[in-house]
Design a protein around this ligand. Structure first.
Ligand code: Z5A
Length: 207
């Protein structure tokens, strides 16, 4: 039996990293074997691309190069990690996937959605997440949380208007694809956020 593919999405500092282990434990309690991974990243080459993408101290990365590096990393990740796991029946829990490309490159950078859509089909074929949990919070809430971690990466140095566009794009996608993308109010405290995650995962397991 094939495993299921679940992605976690949202702006910076909304709590993806904090909640991914909780989701893993919920699935494992139900006897499911789970693999955690992230994008950009997940293989040695994709992690090297991630470092380049997040590093602010280098030559300017063009928008086109940024988009292609995201999909280059994704191609490696899908071939070497995601598909083999799903084939073995392991569920894949991924911190960000292609919705992030639509939100950051499509929304934040206003890149051509048709180009992103073409690359999505080219790199992924039929592969899409079965479920996406979108952690949503006002931009300032996420930025304040992320700022507590100290040093900012290349994306985190963007202006607030960039992150407002990212958030609006995520919410628009959730409205267009309500069966797959479930919105969680991530401005709530952790207890509330995890209660909602519990409800959504339980529902997914029974569908
Ligand atoms: N990117 C892209 O442009 N295109 C793409 O296709 C892909 C990615 C795949 C790296 O992603 C960057 O790549 C990302 C988009 C771009 N850049 N940005 N911005 P990333 O996922 O590694 O980076 P990130 O979004 O900056 O992740 P993050 O800042 O680590 O956020 P998070 O994982 O969602 O948050 P967290 O670390 O779990 O929580 C932040 C803090 O808040 C932490 O201290 C927690 O204890 C606290 N927290 C969490 N939840 C709560 C609640 N509910 N209440 C109070 N405090 C909380």
């Amino acid at each position: 039996m094939l495993g299921k593919f679940i992605s976690l999405e949202g702006g910076e500092g909304v709590g993806k990293t904090t909640n991914i282990a909780y989701i893993q434990s919920l699935l494992e309690e139900n006897g499911i074997s789970v693999m955690l991974t992230r994008e950009p990243g997940g293989t040695p080459l994709a992690e090297a691309l991630r470092q380049l993408l997040l590093d602010k101290n280098q030559e300017e990365i063009t928008e086109q190069a940024e988009l292609l590096m995201m999909f280059a990393a994704r191609a490696q990740h899908i071939k070497h990690v995601i598909k083999p796991a799903l084939k073995q029946g392991t569920w894949v829990l991924c911190d960000r996937f292609t919705d992030a490309t639509y939100a950051y490159q499509g929304g934040g950078r206003a890149m051509d959605i048709l180009a992103i859509n073409w690359l999505e089909n080219f790199v992924q074929g039929e592969l899409r997440p079965d479920l996406t949990l979108l952690l949503d919070a006002p931009v300032q809430v996420g930025m304040n949380r992320a700022a507590q971690r100290g040093k900012l990466d290349r994306f985190e140095l963007e202006k607030i208007t960039f992150f407002e566009k990212v958030r609006a794009t995520y919410l628009a996608m959730a409205e267009q694809q309500p069966a797959r993308i479930k919105v969680i109010d991530a401005a709530q405290n952790l207890e509330h956020v995890q209660a909602k995650i519990y409800q959504l995962i339980t529902q997914f397991l029974h569908d």
